[in-house]
Design a protein around this ligand. Structure first.
Ligand code: NAG
Ligand code: NAG
Ligand code: NAG
Ligand code: NAG
Ligand code: NAG
Length: 943
């Protein structure tokens, strides 16, 4: 270190620890106490014990002018051992913070002698035994956090004496017994009138909660009593705490009627789910701040949809599973501007599901499983990607039964780009948010990022990664923070203490995130040898990267290297280790074998957030291979019908198919009962997204011709050049993907069939495919031929012209176009009303009549009247050539535009850029959206 830097560092130290300069040498009694404490601890900071003056030299110590220790802060130092009685000698101590260490054993009663203590945080350690009642003597205490330990026994009534406490967190222990009150136990928690936080969640507390625990003079903001064993009624007094913002009583045994809560006008989060509550469902009138409500799984009286539901203007998430609701859902419910998630499964909702024409843009999931819905009406503005209607009468044996909402195949979770912070020694910690009011993490992550960077940036220029995930069981939101040291191998002790102890600094995340605590992982302060070679020097200019990463990056990477060696030697080592004998390993042309571990690694353990779509087969995840290649991974459902043999056939088939207009198979995984296919990832999403303006790409006519040609070439290859030939069976605009140069690639061979399996190219099968694209002849005869693909392709061509889904506002595109032409004597003028209105504005329509004619030939009633895919390719090529367009040399930039927001975002916020380019093997809801009004004349055609 050069002199200048040293000086700067000293200056920083002096500024950060002002009292030290003035201080006398450490008081000998305090120094001795620290040394005794140290004897019981392993892995103390390396500065400890080296000097006789802890006040001046030891990390984590602050002192007053008399050399008395006032603050002992060893957050996340990776220490183990026990806390000895010697702590009692530090009688001037005001702050004691030992969180996120491996300290265990009991908390000594002597801690009650630290009567000046204001701040006591011992979270995320291994402390066990009872919570000492002597804590009640710490009359100056304002902050008490003992959460995430192994404390047992009951809550000592003496804690009621801590009249200055604002934060009391005993969550996540094994506490039993009841909540003590002054009436029953002499002293009790009802006396804590300054408290803003009662966090007792995830213990084994029991008994009923007395009325007099709460009063209107209390200042409580957060009551977290969830996941205990409380019984009896919810005390009515809880409804009179005007300051309350979060009330979590879920997963207990509360019973009887819910008391009036309407006076809780500041309440944002209300969770009453999984209790034994009865009587009418709670009346939420007037609770205008509510953002997240869950009252599921209680025994409420069956009731009509309450009228107040349409007053919840700010609501983000409503979860009312199995609460006895019946009636028809009001349209207004779907129009609340913030609404993200609606779960109303297992009720008696009936009639038509009519979500109206003004659906919230945020709405990501609507789950109405197992109700009595008989029909559905949807509109143009319909943008719900996840509609679940399984178990409703409308799914029974109707045309809808094969559609996404009825089969439970979910579409797109928000896509996510994976970013790896590459450094050998990242500091990793988790912020646990125990009552977030929102569902769509990606929307709020930027706020958190901004907020955190303010907190962490002033310590060191850093590279920071945020990785959100949530645990379904407790509905808490975890955000992993991974920070890389800059221009140094590791963070120092003091950097960790100063940068990452978010609690001691009373870090305030954005309000909407709700109450939180922080858990740090052990940091390898002590490892002498660097854990791995530093890859990629992180420059100071990279301040923040928010995205996904993996915890334990290096450990996994090392492990994988070993596995790679094994798999080179015997790529099919695990082949045939399945329950059934499926013969020898598949013969592959170029597909690679991936281990389960590898694919877990590159999808972040198949985190929900990496899911980009789903099909009958299972789910599709986005992943990033170690070489940087983005892939889409199709993971088959557990117990999916496809057996090992079919899987083998499919990979053999797919590995043979190589064409620039087909989405290529990169590899597969067949291990531990998992069957996965790894495809190349296609960056610009599907044709349907582009056509319907969902991803900021505008397609002019020339580009549409090129896309028609590309996809026709892909299909022609499948029909005529693949050996054996392949019929796609599900040609549609969502299965045509656009790469970064907008070259079209045909995707999803999930329904493909080998033609050689059948006689004379005809297959008798169960009709599969997507409404609107289905060849009517195939539908009626169940005879599948390559011409069925031609029909579907013709529908896609029409879609390119009108830019509307094939079944739209009760109209079927094929019939509409034919009718328009009949009226106008075969000229294309009648099409004006149907045609995509942006097309004429975007330049010439060269070759338009010929393409239209071709499209109509493709959708001829009789298969024999339709051209072959090869003929179609030649015709489109001719159309382009005759109009001076060269089919094979269109650069991406020549004829399309991308809205600026798509271009701007990626450098800073990868998650938002990703959401504009969602992809890929989507089963889209579009196929379904309009099928509720599918012409009933097709009703006789049973799927
Ligand atoms: C509570 O704190 C105030 C100062 O904030 C102090 O004056 C008072 O003595 C404390 N109360 C108790 C009971 O110690
Ligand atoms: C508090 O009082 C209740 C009711 O009398 C009793 O059941 C409970 O054991 C007491 N709790 C403690 C910790 O003494
Ligand atoms: C909760 O109480 C029920 C009934 O009193 C009991 O069966 C159950 O074991 C208790 N659960 C816990 C975690 O203590
Ligand atoms: C709500 O608060 C008002 C005013 O404090 C009070 O008069 C009323 O009784 C309260 N309502 C309930 C249901 O507690
Ligand atoms: C809910 O409470 C409001 C105000 O307290 C009242 O006017 C309304 O009638 C109640 N609604 C139901 C369904 O009980």
């Amino acid at each position: 270190m050069c002199k200048g830097q040293l000086l700067l560092l000293l200056l920083l130290l002096f500024c950060a620890a002002g009292p030290r300069i003035a201080s006398a040498a450490t008081n000998p009694q305090d120094a001795a106490a620290l040394r005794s404490l140290m004897k019981k601890w392993k892995n103390v900071p390396s500065s400890w014990g080296k000097s006789n003056d802890p006040c001046a030299k030891w990390d984590g110590i602050l002192c007053d002018g008399n050399g008395r220790v006032t603050s002992l802060n060893l957050f996340g130092m990776g220490m183990s051992g026990t806390l000895s009685d010697d702590i009692a000698s530090l009688t001037e101590l005001r702050i004691l913070e030992l969180s996120s260490n491996s300290l265990d054993g009991p908390l000594p009663a002597a801690i009650g002698k630290l009567v000046k203590l204001e701040y006591l945080a011992l979270t995320n350690c291994g402390f066990s035994g009872p919570v000492p009642s002597e804590l009640g003597n710490l009359s100056q205490l304002t902050f008490l956090a003992l959460n995430t330990n192994k404390f047992t026994g009951s809550i000592p009534p003496s804690l009621g004496k801590l009249s200055n406490v604002t934060w009391m967190d005993l969550a996540d222990n094994q506490l039993t017994g009841s909540v003590p009150t002054s009436r029953d136990n002499g002293t009790g928690l009802d006396q804590l009138v300054m408290a803003e936080h009662f966090h007792f969640n995830h213990n084994m507390l029991e008994g009923s909660i007395p009325e007099y625990l709460f009063s209107s003079t209390m200042r409580l903001r957060h009551i977290l009593f969830d996941r205990n064993n409380f019984t009896g009624p919810i005390p009515a007094s809880i409804g009179n705490i005007p300051s309350l913002e979060v009330l979590r009583l879920n997963n207990n045994g509360f019973m009887d009627k819910v008391p009036p809560l309407n006076n809780l006008t500041k309440l944002q989060v209300l969770m009453l789910s999984n209790n034994k509550l009865s009587g009418p469902i709670p009346n939420l009138t007037g609770m205008s701040m509510l953002e997240n409500v869950d009252i599921s799984n209680n025994s409420f009286d069956p009731s009509n949809i309450p009228s107040w539901i349409t007053d919840l203007n700010g609501i983000r998430t409503i979860t009312m599973q199995s609460v006895g609701l019946y009636g028809q859902l009001p349209q207004k419910l779907f129009s609340f501007p913030e609404l993200e998630n609606l779960v109303l499964s297992d009720n008696q909702l009936n009639g038509t599901l009519d979500m109206g024409n003004n659906i919230s843009k945020q709405l990501g999931a609507v789950n109405i499983q197992n109700n009595k819905i008989t029909s559905v009406t949807v509109y143009d503005s319909f943008s719900v990607k996840n509609l679940n209607l399984q178990g409703n009468p409308l799914c029974n044996g109707s045309l809808l039964s094969d559609t996404t909402p009825c089969t439970g195949q979910q579409t797109e979770a928000p896509p996510q780009i994976i970013f790896d912070a590459q450094c050998a020694n990242p500091f990793i910690e988790t912020i646990v948010f125990r009552a977030p009011s929102f569902d769509n993490v990606l929307e709020f992550l930027p706020q958190l990022e901004k907020n955190l960077s303010g907190q962490i940036n002033n310590c060191t220029p850093n590279q920071l990664i945020l990785m959100p995930y949530s645990n379904n069981e407790d509905a808490y939101l975890n955000v992993d923070i991974k920070a890389c040291p800059v221009n140094q191998k590791k963070f120092t002790y003091s950097q960790v203490l100063n940068c990452f102890n978010l609690t001691v600094k009373t870090y305030k995340p954005p309000e909407i995130f709700g109450p939180y605590y922080v858990k740090a992982q052990h940091y390898p302060f002590h490892d002498k040898t660097s854990r791995a070679v530093l890859i990629g020097i992180v420059t100071g200019s990279v301040l923040l990267v928010v995205g996904l990463t993996l915890v334990g990056f290096y450990a996994l990477r090392q492990k994988k290297r070993v596995q790679r060696l094994v798999s080179i030697n015997n790529p099919f080592a695990s082949w045939g280790s399945m329950e059934q004998d499926i013969g020898e390993a598949p013969k592959l042309k170029s597909a690679r074998f991936f281990t389960l571990e590898e694919l877990k690694f590159c999808t972040n353990d198949f985190r929900e957030i990496n899911a980009i779509g789903a099909g009958g087969y299972g789910r599709v995840y986005r992943g990033k291979l170690p070489d940087g290649m983005l892939v889409a991974i199709k993971r088959s459902k557990e117990g999916s019908m496809q057996g090992g043999l079919e899987f083998k056939t499919e990979i053999e088939l797919l590995s043979r198919v190589h064409h620039k207009n087909l989405v290529g198979l990169v590899g597969f995984c067949f291990e531990k009962g998992e069957k996965m296919l790894v495809y190349e990832f296609i960056a610009n999403g599907s044709l349907s997204e582009a056509l319907y303006g969902m991803n900021g790409i505008h397609l002019d006519w020339r580009r549409r011709l090129k896309i028609a040609l590309d996809s026709a070439r892909g299909l022609a290859y499948l029909h005529d050049h693949a050996n054996p030939p392949i019929i796609h069976r599900d040609v549609k605009s969502t299965n045509i993907l656009l790469d970064e140069k907008l070259t079209a690639k045909v995707a999803d061979f999930g329904l493909s069939l080998l033609v050689s399996d059948s006689e004379e190219g005809k297959l008798c099968t169960n009709v599969k495919g997507t409404l609107g694209y289905l060849d009517p002849e195939y539908y009626m005869t169940q005879q599948l031929t390559a011409k069925s693909d031609v029909y579907s392709f013709g529908v896609v061509l029409l879609e390119l012209i009108v830019a509307k889904p094939p079944i739209h506002e009760n109209k079927y595109i094929v019939r509409e176009v034919k009718m328009a032409l009949d009226m106008e004597d075969g000229t294309h003028c009648g099409l004006k009303d149907l045609m995509d209105p942006v097309l004429p504005k975007m330049g010439g329509l060269l070759g338009f009549p010929r393409l239209l004619k071709l499209a109509l030939q493709c959708v001829e009633e009789l298969a024999n009247d339709r051209p072959s895919m090869n003929t179609i390719v030649r015709e489109i090529e001719l159309i382009m050539q005759d109009n001076g367009l060269t089919p094979d040399s269109m650069s991406a930039s020549s004829s399309f535009s991308i809205e600026s927001r798509t271009m701007k975002v990626p450098s800073k916020l990868p998650y938002s850029s990703a959401s504009t380019s969602s992809t890929s093997f989507g089963m889209d809801s579009r196929a379904f959206e309009y099928s509720g009004v599918f012409p009933s004349s097709h009703g006789s055609l049973k799927p």
